[in-house]
Design a protein around this ligand. Structure first.
Ligand code: MN
Length: 260
């Protein structure tokens, strides 16, 4: 795949997620996909796989369930779903683009490392297929305003028709927790960093024994207003291109000097 443009009209679109087949965000993304193409396939995890990251299931069998035409579950991870879809389930030809989400909750900054939603898009990029991960930020009550994802998801995909996809690139999109008419536009921005770290919380079970529960990041605050976190905090849709190559180029030169 070299500098490929995607015309979504007539494209074969694979929709997946990490929240599982019953998640409301999956239905939102399916509707978004169907506004562009009739050839929409859904292959999603049978159960929730949030924070599964890019894990593969290698030590047990995978079972596929057909729920209807072009609609399947896999009892594995989002990565498993993309692999199984592309190798086994999509008959005739593979998907031209993979859409993942819409996740219930943000995938900004550090979340990108842990996210199963983003990992499905990464797997597609490894397979040479353009991919977009979508996440809807939650409001202070934990609710996701899906209308915003529905409206801006279509808008983002429409504008991405002008994008030349290069090898091993995926796009990560986060919608702010606002009503559609409150959104302040779409910002193209780099992945950011939170000021706070993930928390580990200690509780007591009903008989008084302590247990630990890994919490979310305690805050989305960032010192980087131009990052994905800053864009969403400013009421914008954050759109970030990601690269599968994790090499840090500036350090390559320095380390080559040290290890010469
Ligand atoms: Mn999730």
């Amino acid at each position: 795949m070299a500098d490929q443009r995607i015309d979504l009209a007539g494209a074969r679109i694979l929709v997946t997620n990490d929240d599982g087949i019953l998640a409301p965000g999956l239905k939102v993304l399916e509707r978004i996909a169907k506004t562009f193409s009739k050839d929409v396939w859904v292959v999603a995890p049978a159960a929730e796989q949030s924070a599964a990251s890019h894990s593969l299931t290698l030590r047990r069998p995978l079972r596929v369930q057909k729920l209807g035409p072009r609609r399947f579950t896999v009892d594995g991870t989002p990565t498993d779903c993309v692999l199984v879809a592309q190798h086994k389930l999509l008959t005739g030809r593979r998907a031209d683009i993979v859409l993942s989400g819409v996740n219930h909750g943000a995938n900004l900054g550090e979340d990108i490392s842990y996210s199963g939603t983003v990992a499905a898009a990464k797997e597609a990029a490894y397979l040479g297929v353009p991919a977009v991960a979508f996440s809807q930020c939650r409001d202070s009550d934990g609710a996701a305003p899906w209308d915003t994802a529905a409206h801006y998801g279509i808008e983002v995909l429409r504008q991405l028709s002008g994008f030349s996809w290069r090898r091993r690139i995926l796009v990560n999109v986060n919608f702010p927790a606002l009503k559609p008419d409150e959104v302040a536009g779409i910002a193209v921005c780099p992945q950011g960093e939170r000021d706070a770290a993930t928390s580990v919380n200690e509780y007591r079970d009903p008989v008084g024994r302590p247990y630990l529960w890994i919490g979310d990041f305690s805050s989305d605050r960032t010192v980087q207003p131009d990052s994905d976190l800053g864009a969403v905090a400013g009421g914008k849709v954050a759109l970030t291109p990601l690269h599968l190559d994790s090499t840090h180029d500036p350090s390559l030169g320095q380390l080559r000097g040290i290890f010469a």
